[in-house]
Design a protein around this ligand. Structure first.
Ligand SMILES: Cc1cc2nc3c(=O)[nH]c(=O)nc-3n(C[C@H](O)[C@H](O)[C@H](O)COP(=O)(O)OP(=O)(O)OC[C@H]3O[C@@H](n4cnc5c(N)ncnc54)[C@H](O)[C@@H]3O)c2cc1C
Length: 560
C-alpha cells in the first residue's frame, strides 16, 4: 500500500512557504544568540508526544523528521525539516504537550531554544516573530483540517454530548479525528475493542492511551494538558475572568505592556463572539469575519505576549475580604490577584420550556455556526428571537436550509435589530418572520421531531414537523459566582464607576477617599468590562475597547 504523503507534498507551494519557511543565514544567526547550538545524532529523539514545554529546534545542517504516532502505535512521517527550517506548532507556543515525535534523521547541528527563549524572541524580533507565529498558526490549521493530532473522538451526531465535545475541541482549535458511529458498519466491534458500550458515547481517546467516556470539558482539558504549564498559585498583577473579546483584549494589552497576566476561562476562548458565524460590524473587516477566526487570532496574540490562559476552569467564588483578592477555581485552588478584571459576559436565556434540556444539542441549539448548520442539512429550522444575533443566524442558515421561521415575541423586528439585517431578512425568500409568536412545546424521542407554537394575538397553536430550533433569546450575565462581594444592578450585571450609588459603596464598605474609576466595581482594583458590565453596549467592539481601556486602570491601581 502507498505510504501517506508528507504534509508538504499535499499543499500548494504558497501555503508551504507560509507553513514551512526557510530562514536566512542572518535570521539563523540572530536566533542563535537567544539559544544554544546542539549537535544531534542519527535517530536521536528530541521531542516525544506528550512532552511538556518543549523547545524549538532550528536546523543548521542535517534533517529532523516529525512523526505522528497513531492510536495503535503506528508511525507516520509527516514533515521533514531541512536546513533553515524550525520545529513546532501552536502547542509549542502555548506550552502544551507536544503532538508529534521529532527525531534526527541524520547527524547534524541545530539551535535549541527553550520555550521562554522562543517567546522572548517572538516578542522582541518582529521579523522572526512574524515568521514563527505565521508558521505555527498555518501548521495548526493544517493539522485541524486533516485531523492529525492526539485525539480520536467516537460519537454520534444524534447525541448532544458529541456536539458539545466537538464544539469544545473546535473552539479550542485542537486537531482531532472524528469517527462517526452512525456511519460505521460494525459499531459493536469498535466499542468492544475499546471496552466501552454505546452508553459511554462520546468516547474520546486521548494521546492513544487514555479512554474517556462521555468526558466533561474539564476532563478533556486535563487529559490534553491545556493548563499543564500554568502555575495558578503565584500572585499575578491581573487575573482576568473570561476569555471572550473583552477578556482577550485585556490579556493582549496587559501582557504586551509587561504585566503578569492570567486568564481564567470556564469553557473555550472566544465567548459569545466565538459562536457568531459572521461579524460584519467590527472595524477593519469590510467583508466580515467569523467570530471564531477573530477570537482565535486574539487568543494567539495574547499567548504571544506571554498571557497564560486557563481553559475549562470556571471561577467558582471570590474571596474579597482581604488583599490580595483570591479567585477560587477547580475545587480548592485559590488564584491570588493584585487586581481583577471581570469579563464573564452573558449567556443566552433558556426559555422555561419543558424538554428544553432534553433536546439541547439534539435539535435545540444556542449557537449558529457551520457545525450546527451541517446538522440541519436542507431541512426547515426555527430561530427564536428578534435581536441582531437572531438576525445573523437567520441570514447564515438561510443559505443552506429549506426554510427559516423566525419566531419573535414582539410586534416587529424593528425595536431590537439593526436596520441592515432587517432589510436583508425582508428581501430573503427563505426567511419567514412570525411576530407575536412563541414556542409552547418541543417533542420527539431521541431527537427533536415536532415543535408547537402559539400566535399570541389569536391564541391559535400550530404543530410543525421541524427538527432544529435555534434559541437566540437575550442574555443573562454570568455573575452568580460573585456572591455578595460586588454591587450588581437589578438584572445581575456588574455596576461600575458612575453607576455605583453612595448606598452601593456604603454596603460594600468602599474604603478609599476617591470614587471608583470608570469600569471599577464597588471593590477597589476589581474592574468589569464587556457584556457583563451594567450599561455596556453588548457589542464586540465595545467589549474589546473596554477590555483594553481597563488595563490603563490596572496600571494606576498597581502603582497606587
Ligand atoms: C451569535 C452571536 C452573534 C453576535 N454577533 C455580533 C456582531 O455581529 N457584532 C457585534 O458587535 N456583536 C455581536 N454579538 C455580541 C458579542 O458577541 C458580545 O457583545 C461580545 O462577545 C461580548 O464580549 P465579552 O467578552 O464581554 O463576553 P462574552 O463574549 O460573553 O465572553 C465571556 C466569557 O467568559 C466566560 N465565563 C463566564 N463565566 C465564567 C466564570 N465564572 N469563570 C470563567 N469564565 C467565565 C465565558 O465562557 C465566555 O467565554 C453576537 C453575539 C452572539 C451570541
Amino acid at each position: 500500500m502507498a505510504q501517506p504523503a508528507l504534509i508538504t507534498d499535499t499543499i500548494a507551494p504558497e501555503q508551504r512557504a507560509l507553513m514551512f519557511p526557510t530562514l536566512t543565514s542572518d535570521q539563523i544567526a540572530r536566533i542563535a544568540s537567544h539559544g544554544r547550538v546542539r549537535a544531534v545524532s542519527a535517530g536521536e529523539a528530541l521531542i516525544q508526544p506528550g512532552d511538556r514545554s518543549v523547545p524549538v529546534f532550528v536546523v543548521k545542517t542535517g534533517r529532523l523528521n516529525v512523526i505522528r504516532i497513531g492510536g495503535c502505535g503506528e508511525q507516520r512521517l509527516i514533515v521533514i525539516h531541512g536546513p533553515g527550517s524550525f520545529t513546532g506548532e501552536a502547542n509549542t507556543l502555548l506550552g502544551r504537550p507536544a503532538l508529534m515525535r521529532v527525531e534526527a534523521a541524520e547527524p547534524g547541528e541545530t539551535i535549541e531554544l527553550a520555550r521562554e527563549q522562543m517567546l522572548s524572541l517572538v516578542q522582541n524580533d518582529t521579523e522572526i516573530g512574524d515568521i514563527i507565529m505565521r508558521g505555527y498558526i498555518y501548521r495548526r490549521l493544517q493539522l485541524i483540517s486533516t485531523g492529525l493530532g492526539d485525539v480520536v473522538l467516537l460519537g454520534s451526531m444524534h447525541c448532544a454530548s458529541t456536539l458539545r465535545v466537538k464544539e469544545f475541541l473546535s473552539r479550542n482549535g485542537h486537531p482531532y479525528q472524528y469517527v462517526d458511529l452512525d456511519k460505521e458498519k460494525d459499531v459493536e466491534a469498535i466499542l468492544d475493542r475499546l471496552h466501552v458500550s454505546s452508553k459511554d458515547v462520546p468516547v474520546l481517546i486521548c494521546r492513544g492511551s487514555t479512554t474517556l467516556k462521555n468526558p466533561t470539558n474539564e476532563e478533556i482539558a486535563r487529559c490534553l494538558g491545556f493548563n499543564a504549564s500554568i502555575d495558578s498559585t503565584h500572585l499575578r498583577d491581573v487575573v482576568i475572568v473570561g476569555a471572550g473579546p473583552a477578556g482577550l483584549a485585556a490579556a493582549v494589552y496587559g501582557a504586551s505592556e509587561g504585566l503578569d497576566v492570567m486568564v481564567i476561562e470556564a469553557n473555550a476562548p472566544g465567548g459569545q463572539a466565538g459562536a457568531s458565524s459572521r461579524i460584519e460590524n467590527y472595524l477593519g473587516f469590510p467583508l466580515g469575519v467569523s467570530g471564531q477566526e477573530l477570537t482565535t487570532r486574539a487568543f494567539n496574540q495574547a499567548q504571544k505576549f506571554g498571557a497564560e490562559i486557563m481553559i475549562a476552569e470556571g471561577a467558582a467564588s471570590l474571596q474579597c475580604d482581604s488583599m490580595p483578592y483570591r479567585v477560587k477555581i477547580n475545587g480548592d485552588v485559590l488564584v491570588p490577584a493584585r487586581t481583577i478584571i471581570l469579563a464573564m459576559g452573558a449567556e443566552y436565556r433558556r426559555p422555561p420550556l419543558p424538554n428544553l434540556s432534553r433536546f439541547t444539542g439534539a435539535g435545540v441549539y444556542f449557537n449558529a455556526t457551520p457545525m450546527e448548520a451541517s446538522l440541519c442539512g436542507a431541512e426547515d429550522v426555527i430561530i427564536v428571537g428578534g435581536g441582531n444575533s437572531a438576525g445573523q443566524a437567520a441570514m447564515f442558515l438561510s443559505k443552506t436550509v429549506r426554510r427559516v421561521y423566525m419566531l419573535v415575541r414582539g410586534e416587529s423586528l424593528a425595536s431590537m435589530m439593526s436596520r441592515y439585517l432587517i432589510r436583508r431578512i425582508e428581501d430573503s425568500e427563505t426567511i419567514e418572520v412570525r411576530t407575536r409568536t412563541e414556542i409552547v412545546g418541543l417533542d420527539g424521542t431521541n431527537h427533536l421531531e415536532t415543535v408547537r407554537w402559539r400566535d399570541k394575538n389569536t391564541g391559535r397553536e400550530e404543530t410543525h414537523a421541524i427538527r432544529h430550533v435555534f434559541m437566540m433569546t437575550g442574555a443573562v450575565p454570568n455573575t452568580a459566582w460573585l456572591g455578595g462581594c460586588i454591587a450588581l444592578d437589578e438584572k445581575g450585571f456588574v455596576k461600575t464607576g458612575p453607576s455605583l450609588t453612595q448606598e452601593d459603596l456604603a454596603v460594600r464598605r468602599w474604603p478609599l477617599p476617591r470614587a471608583p474609576q470608570l469600569f471599577e466595581t464597588s471593590l477597589p482594583s476589581i474592574f468589569a468590562v464587556g457584556d457583563v458590565r451594567s450599561g455596556s453596549m453588548k457589542r464586540v467592539a465595545s467589549a474589546v475597547g473596554e477590555g483594553s481601556t481597563a488595563i490603563s486602570l490596572v496600571h494606576q491601581a498597581l502603582s497606587g
